[in-house]
Design a protein around this ligand. Structure first.
Ligand code: SF4
Length: 217
């Protein structure tokens, strides 16, 4: 990593954190929540912050994060180390709540920022693609549904892994799909441990080329 790269990343992060592109649609106002450093080796491509994360400004600072860290076998110190883990939801600001729960990520966000931010990540060895919106961007050919994509998890393994959202709202999905805990999670924990210990894996097979080509409409 060069000093120039760090400068570019820092400038980009300042611009993202000052973003107000879709402020008129955000009932709680803009507060972009993301974590990124060019050295990161694990990328978490998530959905969008919820209300608790909007309040704290800390990604996955909620029950979803507790479950996700358990899935990964990471404590908070490792999870919140930006040189290890990059966290880029599809929408960086809390979009508010609708009749059936949190609203989807704002559609303006990914086209404005995602390709530029992903281009900063040259060391990613494992990309975790969480939920339908991140799947549509990173793995558009992964399956018709999140369940299909997760069931076909070996398609992109070990560089990219589709995951269901770790929200407590998905408890029923987790109960109905016991193979996820039996097969996927042990493989995921082992892969995370390898990546954290070795500083990477096969860097030729990341989700970045797909993401860089895709335009979200
Ligand atoms: S959601 Fe994205 S595009 Fe909208 S204000 Fe936040 S950072 Fe900007």
């Amino acid at each position: 990593m060069t000093a120039r790269t760090t400068q570019t990343t820092d400038q980009l992060l300042r611009e993202v954190r000052a973003c107000t592109i879709c402020a008129a649609h955000l009932t709680h106002g803009p507060r972009p929540v993301l974590q990124l450093h060019p050295d990161a080796r694990i990328l978490i491509a998530g959905q969008t912050p919820g209300r608790a994360v909007h309040s704290s400004g800390v990604p996955f600072d909620d029950p979803s994060g507790d479950r996700l860290r358990d899935w990964l076998g990471l404590d908070k110190a490792a999870f919140y180390d930006p040189r290890q883990v990059a966290i880029l939801p599809m929408g960086f600001c809390y979009p508010g709540t609708g009749k059936s729960g949190d609203l989807p990520p704002r559609l303006e966000c990914a086209p404005a920022w995602r390709a530029q931010l992903l281009a900063q990540l040259k060391q990613v060895a494992l990309t975790l693609v969480i939920g339908q919106y991140a799947l549509a961007y990173h793995l558009p050919d992964a399956g018709a549904s999140v369940t299909d994509a997760v069931q076909n998890w070996r398609m992109h393994w070990p560089a990219v892994l589709p995951l269901p959202h770790p929200s407590p709202r998905n408890n029923i999905w987790l109960k109905r799909n016991p193979w996820f805990g039996a097969d996927v999670l042990p493989a995921l924990r082992q892969r995370v441990a390898e990546v954290m210990a070795t500083g990477g894996g096969d860097l030729t097979r990341t989700a970045e080329p797909v993401a860089a080509r895709r335009t979200v409409t």
